[in-house]
Design a protein around this ligand. Sequence first.
Ligand SMILES: [Zn+2]
Length: 313
Amino acid sequence: MKIVAHHLPELNVTLHQFQGTDLRITCIPDMEANWPVKALLGSLSDDELQEAAQQAPAGSMDVEKGTIRLNFNIYLIETPDYVALIDAGVGNQKIRPDRPAWHQRNSAFLDILAALGVQPSDVNYLINTHLHADHVGWNTVLLDGKWQAAFPNAAYIVPEGELTYWTQIHAENSDKTTLHGAFEDSIKPIIETIGFQAVPANYQICDGLTFEPAFGHSPGMVVVRLKSAELNVLFTADVIHHPLQLSQPFAASNFCKAPDQARETRMSLLENAAKERVIMAPYHFPLPVFGQVEGGEGIYSYVPFDVEITIKD
Ligand SMILES: [Zn+2]
């Protein structure tokens, strides 16, 4: 196995790709941004932040400006048997007036997929670990003035607890702003057309690809594990938002629905990841994304893998 970085100059993006036998996993950032650290991790004191920043990988935080690098990474898995996308970014042209950074975006995600040789019709599984607006954007695209499934041949797979929860919330919400508008433009069009496959939080999608419960950040959230004799990769969704939380795993994000439960989920994930030498594929970490967790007993560090650089023309 190796990790390769492809820079695609015409699309202004760098893709980190995990290459195994018969398999590749590509991290496609739908968006990369600088965020004020307190807007994400408001509970950390200035001292805790300084300390955590020293442990975090270089470039993941600008201590002077008080900002962190935060990505929105869609993972593409390609095997001889299937093509899967794990989480679906912010999407394009979505109306998000209360989230200016997500409002009416025009990202090159589909062009990047095409550059990798993947057409929308090739995708077999579109997986939503949870239904927050920054994880469902590319569920749909605007075609002929209508939001339609972006991956028409894919099974759209979601944990059933998550779909039930947000459907209920939306039914009670008369102003249609559930999930910043994402329920109306990225979830409902799927329910009303090709449908979701709503599955238990412990579920095998296909050989070697499984859901595992990771509740707390959102009520029905799961993580996704890709396991074979050769590999143990964990797509960690929003159990951990940023490398700063490795040395400060008690720090819940400002966006966790049940912060105590989210904290327990994070602690047990980190403990297991360190023990099992899991290959981490985090959703919101900046590049370099792929890495391993080291440490134990509540104090961890993130050790990204070395990356070979290639320039793709
Ligand atoms: Zn998120």
